[in-house]
Design a protein around this ligand. Structure first.
Ligand SMILES: C[S@@+](CC[C@H](N)C(=O)[O-])C[C@H]1O[C@@H](n2cnc3c(N)ncnc32)[C@H](O)[C@@H]1O
Length: 693
């Protein structure tokens, strides 16, 4: 039976798979319900094609930084394919990503109110699901890294101990380099009588290398004190470090800080330059004068008051970082995005791991701190997020980038970057692709190998689970339909040569029959329709759609989307008015009805208010780029009777409104400034009623 299943190239039931392919023996591992085999995760995750939406900036370089909207698991599988094809290459030619930094959501949401036991039980389920969610992604990340790459996983006290074990399993215990402690938001410390637990004051970054040999560029921090002379002795006795200097030896049970030869050079330097000046400005000049490296311009003198040796520490001197980074804040507190991390933090991480033009990946991009800093430091970057709020926040951040870390200083233009959709596609623009691009997209969409071949004179395009795939050329054959007769013709021509399965990919409208497949003499001919979602049978996984938050607290939820779908803008009815609020005239937009039209698992579904996610506004739309100025989520809108108010004085000639449903579909509407004419400034609604179809 098992052999028959394998011969049919089908999946073995999991209980058998464990007998035939037992998991590797480990001394210890984290066990929880729902833990999948690593091999299955790699094999079963769908790679979804990237559909370019818009490119910002132009250059001749063929690399464009990438901002990708989609579920990171599927997107990273696509990146893995790009790595295999040599499309992800660092400055020194190494394939892959040099650094991955991730700051995933911390699995905090509680779903229901039950008894204490019920809640505790549910917390554990959510916990195990979170661990598996992250583990699946970490497995793909480990494959994406260069052999000398590093990964930093930013976590808090809640799940870090589980994830440490998972990372030991994936990367190997020997690849663990550090637990880095970073400051988290401080709570005010009111005195209380009863205290259940202490304040949590730090987050953790788990730093792992891809291989044992991988080297960090030592991170340094600038010494806080200015230039100064510092005592030359150190605690404990050390053989050979108790030589005589200025006629003195270190006190008992102490030693001199440097080897004797180094100390003698430093004493000579002092003797030579003492009459000039020993300070930060002159040291560099002396090093240039005698043609020596600035690092060997060290000075030791006998302290004028006591005669004991002391050495000079320049103000610019920097010290090697330890793993407690309490000299910088890990959070930015900018209000742009919940849990936004600081540029100082990312600057230190990127600086200690990558070189100029290396590739940096952040798969939970949020407000885009990683890509903003990568951009400033001249690194190449890929950022992924499944939230529209994140995507538009990042787009805005990159278009308004400032030179200095902390986003200060003069404006700089970000290098060209392209925004892609992954897993949620716009069919109308796909249809316009040149044939070669359409063919490639169609193959990628259904996970087929691009492998042109010929059987019995029939030109075929690829392979899917070893069966042949034909991408129907609707451009070459305009008006031609695929009906049951077409399938019979194919069967008569090549049926004996093609095994037991055959796939035809074509736009949905080209097929003249409804079934997903047609069986002819034991051969199954599948119709893979675009834009229909793929039939579940091919992937053994239920499709699930991307989910957008509908209030501020859920912006940082984990999202797990499987498969792909096609954009269907929601239908919105709305009206405009000018209202007086706190003695000021404000523009007001009121949503009168909202209908989402998502296509989920190949079926069209409709939803109303419950499928509204958020509304975004660009007060001064320039006709090309949506530059988000304000956001109102479903929760806020509902509280305000589905109205949003915005300042009249900030409005430009054109205003763009973007209505987004919870599946990530957008409907955009442009409003002109003169809709809000001064004559209309009295209290009740003046304009406009508009219906969009
Ligand atoms: C804590 S935030 C990251 C904040 C970021 N480090 C910053 O500095 O702004 C986590 C992000 O992960 C995103 N996210 C959650 N699940 C995801 C998934 N499966 N794929 C891609 N992004 C996901 C959320 O939309 C959210 O923006």
């Amino acid at each position: 039976m098992a052999i028959e299943i394998l011969q049919r190239d089908e999946e073995l039931p999991s209980e058998w798979a464990h007998i035939f392919f037992p998991p590797e023996k480990r001394e210890y591992e984290l066990v929880y319900y729902g833990k999948e085999r690593g091999e299955d995760i790699l094999a079963d995750t769908m790679a979804v094609p990237l559909q370019p939406v818009s490119t910002f900036g132009k250059n001749s370089d063929d690399w464009h930084n990438k901002l990708i909207f989609g579920d990171n698991l599927q997107v990273m599988k696509t990146l893995l394919k790009m790595k295999e094809k040599g499309e992800l290459v660092n400055a020194d030619g190494t394939p892959g990503v040099r650094l991955i930094y991730i700051d995933p959501p911390f699995a905090t949401k509680k779903e229901f109110l039950g008894s204490k036991e019920q809640r505790a039980y549910q917390d554990k389920i959510i916990g195990a699901e979170f661990v598996e969610f992250l583990r699946q992604r970490l497995i793909i990340m480990s494959k994406l890294l260069t052999p000398d790459g590093f990964i930093c996983v930013h976590l808090d006290y809640r799940k870090k101990h589980y994830i440490k074990i998972i990372m030991d399993e994936i990367f190997g215990e020997n690849s663990f380099r550090n637990e880095i402690i970073v400051n988290r938001v401080k709570k005010s410390n009111h005195e209380r009588e009863k205290v259940r637990k202490l304040n949590e004051e730090f987050d953790t970054i788990l730093l792992y290398a891809k291989s044992e040999g991988a080297q960090l560029l030592p991170p340094t921090k600038v010494a806080k004190k200015g230039p100064r002379w510092h005592g030359f002795d150190a605690p404990n006795f050390r053989t050979g470090m108790d030589y005589s200097l200025f006629g003195r030896k270190p006190n008992s049970n102490r030693h001199w800080s440097w080897e004797e030869s180094r100390a003698r050079v430093a004493v000579n330097n002092y003797v030579r330059y003492e009459k000039e000046r020993i300070d930060d400005e002159t040291i560099e000049e002396y090093s240039q004068r005698i043609g020596t490296d600035i690092d060997s311009m060290e000075f030791i003198r006998a302290k004028p008051s006591t005669g004991t040796p002391e050495y000079f520490i320049p103000a610019s001197d920097s010290v090697l970082c330890n793993n407690v980074w309490n000299d910088i804040s890990a959070y930015s507190f900018s209000n742009a995005y919940p849990t936004e991390k600081s540029e100082a933090l990312l600057s230190r991480i990127i600086g200690m791991i990558t070189n100029s033009r290396d590739i940096v990946l952040d798969a939970f991009a949020g407000s885009g701190t990683t890509c903003a800093v990568a951009e400033k430091l001249g690194r190449r970057w890929i950022s992924i997020d499944c939230g529209k709020l994140s995507i538009y926040t990042i787009q805005k951040r990159l278009l308004n980038l400032k030179l200095e870390i902390g986003n200060k200083g003069k404006h700089i233009n970000a290098k060209p970057f392209t925004l892609y959709n992954a897993g949620l596609y716009d069919f109308s623009t796909l249809k316009q692709l040149p044939w070669a691009d359409w063919r490639f997209f169609a193959l990628q969409l259904f996970g087929c190998k691009d492998e042109p071949h010929e059987i019995g004179g029939l030109r075929l395009d690829g392979k899917l689970r070893r069966a042949s795939v034909m991408v129907f050329n609707h451009r070459e054959n305009p008006g031609k339909r695929i009906d049951e007769e077409t399938i019979e013709d194919i069967h008569n021509a090549v049926g004996k040569l093609i095994g037991n399965r055959f796939f035809i990919v074509a736009p949905r409208g080209v097929f003249d029959f409804q079934q997903d497949y047609i069986d002819l003499e034991g051969i199954r001919y599948y119709a893979l329709r675009i834009p229909y979602s793929i039939i579940n049978e091919l992937h053994q996984r239920e499709f699930s759609a991307l989910q957008q938050p509908n209030d501020a607290t859920s912006v940082n939820e984990t999202v797990n989307a499987v498969g792909f779908d096609f954009i269907q803008p929601p239908k919105v009815e709305w009206s405009l008015s000018i209202v007086k609020r706190e003695n000021c005239d404000e523009a007001c937009l009121r949503i009168k009805s909202f209908k989402s039209r998502a296509r989920l698992r190949g079926k069209d579904t409709q939803g109303e208010w419950e499928t509204f996610s958020m509304l975004m506004l660009d007060y001064d739309y320039n006709g090309k780029i949506f530059d988000m100025d304000a956001v109102a989520d479903a929760h806020q809108m509902q509280k305000n009777d589905w109205q949003v108010f915005f300042p009249l004085e900030r409005l430009g000639v054109n205003i763009m409104v973007n209505f987004i449903d919870i599946y990530g579909n957008e409907a955009r509407e442009m409003i002109t400034r003169n809709t809000f004419s001064p004559a209309a400034t009295q209290s009740k609604p003046v304009k406009k009623k508009k219906t969009r179809s």
